[in-house]
Design a protein around this ligand. Structure first.
Ligand code: ATP
Length: 435
């Protein structure tokens, strides 16, 4: 990946948050025997990828949770979570440049799978080598000793040749049964390949295809599947989803999803336009989800519920997908549709739905039309109210609402430029028994 020497010390130095955590621990006199820096921080350091906001993963041979408490004390942080199986999370403030960082501390363990797709049976008291053997891919299974040897070097443990795979540019699982043990790794592999731009090793690829064909996805809960899918969609997702489609996974989830890989390649365009803008992350993934599930039509909502997406996500996705359907259905003819008709067809539309629709169409007239509609529904407020309608002689009842609705549609189309025009039209409608 680069020509610099890769000693353990180099790697720690290239992982600023990890370096600060370990320096703080050393300064406080914490014993770091059996403490290892693992996971994404090491991988990104080897690849010289600047990963802003990167959390730190530590593996501890022995009592991980006790170490987490000592670490929190040493760094003035706090243990914000203690989980089952000897893991804990420490939140520390590393100052202006690095900010708040999560340090995930895990006791080294071995994991065995009693049944495919089930959560693993965990045995603590493992060596770092055993702990690395339970991991997903070789480039995530590299450890660097937190404690320097006598000569000041930090030992690198890399039993699966993750360093070599980074050099060879490959994403590779550790053994043939990896995907059967934990099918969420199929999605993880696609995600890392897409994110890091590393091709998937041909054998790993074949194992993924075989696992999908053998029904491995049916062995995991919808909750776990949803969580992994969301992680994919929170990044530029086109490449990863293309892999998942090629491996047959999307077809198994629902064959209609494949349609989202037809022109205009909407997910790819969302990636291009919105890229890795962290500010947008919480919203852009919902746009990608809408683009992915749009072909499910009337089944969309039920499908999202079945996977366990929360109501606010489903509402956003529905809003986006409905507008996309409309844009694709009407094409350039949409440019001629009046605001009032758009309102009758679409009702209120979220800003992000307009944004994704603008990404979906090439036609400037359509974009301009949608923009004008957006301005109209955001800016149109009637001056007259229900009491004005009744004061004009309409008895309380549904006709009051109908008249206000008619006035609103006319205002949307720019036919009622001021209050006087509204009142004149109100008087006409109140007199016209048909309204
Ligand atoms: P990133 O956060 O950049 O996606 P990461 O490597 O920090 O990468 P996490 O999801 O935080 O990823 O997981 C931490 C480590 O735990 C991974 O590097 C991997 O070694 C291991 N891991 C996570 N999920 C799995 C899994 N399903 N199977 C095996 N190992 C896993």
């Amino acid at each position: 990946m680069n020509d610099e020497p890769r000693t353990g010390r180099d790697l720690i130095e290239r992982a600023p948050a990890a370096a600060a955590v370990l320096a703080g621990a050393r300064a406080a006199g914490l014993a770091l025997d059996g403490v290892w820096l693992v996971g994404g921080a090491v991988r990104d350091a080897v690849m010289a990828r600047a990963a802003a906001g990167r959390d730190v993963d530590l593996a501890v041979e022995g009592a991980g949770v006790a170490f987490a408490h000592l670490l929190a004390g040493a760094l003035g942080g706090e243990v914000i979570a203690e989980h089952l199986f000897g893991t804990a999370t420490v939140l520390v403030d590393l100052g202006a440049e690095l900010g708040l960082v999560h340090v995930d501390v895990a006791t080294t363990r071995t994991e065995t799978y009693a049944a495919p797709g089930a959560l693993p049976t965990v045995t603590l008291d493992a060596t770092i080598e055993q702990d690395l053997a339970r991991r997903d891919i070789s480039i995530n299974a590299i450890a660097v000793s937190a404690k320097p040897d006598a000569d000041g070097s930090h030992r690198i443990v890399d039993p699966f040749d993750g360093l070599g795979d980074i050099e060879r540019r490959l994403v590779r699982v550790l053994h043939p049964g990896s995907f059967v043990d934990d099918p969420t790794r199929i999605v993880r592999v696609a995600r890392y390949s897409g994110r890091l731009g590393l091709p998937v090793d041909p054998e790993t690829r074949q194992w993924a295809v075989d696992a999908v064909a053998a029904g491995a996805l049916q062995t995991i809960s919808s909750d776990r599947m949803r969580a992994e899918l969301e992680l994919v969609l929170r990044e530029a997702a086109w490449d990863s989803l293309t892999l998942l489609a090629a491996w047959g996974m999307l077809d198994q989830l629902d064959p209609r999803l494949e349609e989202s890989f037809r022109l205009p390649f909407l997910i790819m365009r969302i990636d291009e336009v919105c890229g890795d803008d962290a500010q947008l992350h919480d919203r852009v993934w919902r746009m990608r989800l809408a683009a992915l599930v749009r072909p499910l039509g009337a089944d969309r909502e039920g499908w999202l519920r079945w996977l366990g997406f929360p109501g606010d996500v489903i509402a956003d996705v529905e809003s986006h997908a409905r507008l996309l359907d409309y844009v694709f259905e009407h094409g350039v003819a949409l440019a001629q549709v009046a605001n009032s008709d758009l309102y009758l067809d679409l009702g209120e539309v979220e800003d992000d739905s307009f944004a994704v629709a603008a990404i979906a169409t090439d036609d400037e007239q359509v974009v301009a039309r949608l923009d004008a509609y957006r301005t109209a529904i955001r800016g149109t407020r009637l001056t007259v109210r229900g009491e004005d309608v009744m004061a004009a002689g309409v008895p309380a009842g549904p006709r009051v609402g109908r008249i206000l609705g008619t006035l609103f549609l006319q205002a949307l189309d720019g036919e009622l430029p001021d209050e006087a025009a509204e009142r004149a039209e109100l008087a006409r409608l109140a007199e016209d028994g048909a309204a």
